[in-house]
Ligand binder design. Structure first.
Ligand SMILES: *Cc1c(COP(=O)(O)O)cnc(C)c1O
Length: 341
């Protein structure tokens, strides 16, 4: 990497922004009388949540062995994707890079912000071709690279992630929404080495807490400060914050979730291998399969007739459907329909 100065990448107006600071959340009090925020004195949920999310950050800091100042909490990692684009990308002028196929939300938030979306096509195994990457970053001025690993919707982990972080002259966001299923090392351990790195994780998948809407960004203190500056002060509600801390305290939950999911993955794989209309089962590091059918359109419709919802990826990935594992009862329903096609 060239000489790295984060301020050269940040939008000027963000650097000049007067941040909103909650006095209450940023000072220590023993037993305060709270007459500062026009809240109701009555009721169970009458108080605003902690805008600095101290307790959750403290917990995550212990688990991940990283400073709380290197952690930002979002209303799902979706919000963090949006905030990261807002921090670095000037509307109309700046561009982001994403893999193709990959998670649609990077392009979605970039488009809302009027940023150009440059797509890096993956090879037939859904791996990045390094030479293509080097060419595309040479030909384009790019602010952020969203690198999703394991990737959605393809289900594979990307090899040699460090190469892309090292060679990209901008911010690299490694989206690890499915990392817990993969057994792969998190890129969090690369944060010390690379000041341009942001790692995203979420409670929506392996933790089974999609309804709570809580995502996490790990990065340098500088970048975390910038993300915190542009977020809505009370972006994560107190019900969700408390619930997530509760869930983290019972670490057995996630272990059980992952074990059950991986069991279900191997059970489903064996079943899929006996089904005629399936042409290819792509290798998976996640809680879903990408499957190529003889005729994905027909399969998708047949499943829908039985109210079994799946994610059709064709025509973008020809004849492919993404199907996540369900409970055994749901998976049996799925297999039953597929066997009759
Ligand atoms: C599901 C998913 C997320 C999670 O989004 P949340 O807003 O945290 O629910 C993030 N990235 C990818 C690639 C995903 O598939």
């Amino acid at each position: 990497m060239k000489e790295f100065n984060i301020n050269n990448l940040v939008r000027k107006n963000i650097l000049e922004l007067q941040p909103y600071v909650s006095f209450r959340d940023n000072n220590q009090f023993e037993n305060p009388v709270l007459l500062d925020a026009n809240e109701s004195p009555f009721g169970e949920f009458n108080r605003y949540p902690d805008s600095t999310q101290k307790k959750l950050k403290q917990k995550l800091s212990e688990i991940k062995n990283i400073s709380p100042n290197q952690i930002a909490i979002g209303n799902g990692s979706d919000e963090l994707i949006d905030l990261i684009i807002k921090v670095f990308c000037e509307p109309k002028n700046d561009s982001i890079l994403m893999m193709n196929p990959s998670f649609a939300m990077y392009g979605f938030y970039a488009s809302i912000n009027e940023n150009k979306v440059v797509k890096l096509d993956l090879d037939e195994n859904f791996e990045i071709v390094k030479e293509d990457f080097l060419n595309i970053i040479k030909d384009n001025q790019l602010k952020i690279f969203f690198l999703c690993s394991p990737n959605n919707p393809t289900g594979n982990s990307i090899n040699d992630i460090e190469f892309y972080i090292k060679n990209f002259n901008g911010i690299v966001v490694v989206d690890e929404a499915y990392i817990e299923f993969s057994g792969k090392k998190s890129s969090i351990e690369l944060l010390e080495k690379y000041p341009n790195l942001i790692v995203l994780q979420t409670f929506s998948k392996a933790w089974g807490m999609a309804g709570a809407r809580v995502g996490v960004a790990y990065s340098s203190e500088n970048i975390i400060q910038l993300i915190n500056m542009v977020k809505a002060p009370y972006n994560v509600n107190s019900l969700s914050l408390n619930k997530i801390i509760e869930v983290i305290n019972i670490q057995e939950n996630i272990k059980q979730n992952i074990e059950n999911t991986l069991n279900e993955i191997s059970w489903l794989k064996k079943e899929f291998e006996t089904i005629n209309c399936i042409k290819k089962i792509y290798p998976t590091d996640v809680n879903f399969f990408l499957i190529e059918f003889e005729n994905a359109e027909k399969v998708y419709k047949k499943l829908l007739e039985k109210e079994i919802l799946t994610s059709k990826r064709s025509p973008q990935i020809p004849n492919c459907i993404r199907i996540n594992v369900g409970s055994r009862k749901e998976d049996i329903q799925l297999i039953k329909v597929l066997k009759n096609i």
